[in-house]
Design a protein around this ligand. Sequence first.
Ligand SMILES: Cc1ncc(COP(=O)(O)O)c(C=O)c1O
Length: 362
Amino acid sequence: MRYENVLATIGNTPLIHLSRIAKDIPAQVYGKVEAYNPGQSAKDRTALYMVEQAERDGLIQPGDTIVEATSGNTGYSLAMICSMKGYRCLLTVSSKASQEKLALLKAMGAEVVICPADAEPEDPRSYYSQAKRLSEEIPNAYYLAQNFNLNNTMAHYSSTGPEIWKQTEGKITHYVCCAGTGGTLSGTARYLKEQNPDIKIIGVDAYGSVLRKYWETGEFDKSEIYSYKVEGLGKTIIPGNVAFDLIDDFVKVTDRSSAHRARQLAREEGLLVGYSSGSAMQAVFHLQEELKPTDVVVALFPDHGTRYLGKVYNDDWMKQQGFLEHNGEPINDISYQRYRKIYRAYRMKYKRYLRQTLRSIS
Ligand SMILES: Cc1ncc(COP(=O)(O)O)c(C=O)c1O
């Protein structure tokens, strides 16, 4: 294939049958492998769409500065797009981002401002606040704001959704997707639900993030927030791109199980994918009791594993986290959904016991 430039190669990523890791799951399970994008993540789609929409709206022109708060992947995609289109790229990045990710951003010509991961969003030191401030201080600067810019969702509505629909010949029954800004989940889900409203949308969230609780109760519960390791997954704010009404179930996964699933994808499927891809895979395992052989499950794998060589794919890091006990076997965490099932079973058992006791003493 011959392309005009690297940007023309964004999208049309493969859907790969996961015949080994998912062999005991009673459904056909596929991975939508976004590492095949030139910037090795789904964020190529988002960044390109947001920049080109801003151009179409007359908000930016070459020579301007594009500012963004990013955990790394959007930054890499933006740096690539900015260098191709002639923009200055200025990124505020969480201190949680891996060294590999930071090196990549710099290699692509981006300027990087590192901000403390534990600073609350309203804190002037946070990567959101600093991006906003810089975009106001620098002349001809434009803040893309991927959490609230609905063109993030549109990117996936116009590309990822149609691709998955076509690749599964309309047979997809379950779409499993990590939620960060929510763009990948919401855009794809909206397109798929428009084709077939029965398709189940399963969001994936991290322990330490506020999204699942907000979906379940409508409450922004600060007590849900604590630091966790998976990058890109979950949020400590409610982004405008999460279409909560499209989500049929929201599964929480742990750092540990996500790490083991990512490693298992590499070993068993030959797919060196990122940490949150392990989260999506773990969420498929949470679903398995609900699945049947005719179901077609698509899990979206957001990025490439090379960005995590110092973390998930490094045994020393895994040991430091305490993730390599139990002979490195995956340890199933308990999703809320399962927890509820177990709780209900206990409650029924207890009620039965109570009834029997009352009967015996009456
Ligand atoms: C590695 C990774 N996984 C998942 C996500 C979540 O995707 P989205 O922001 O579209 O919800 C991101 C977003 O930055 C990411 O970088």
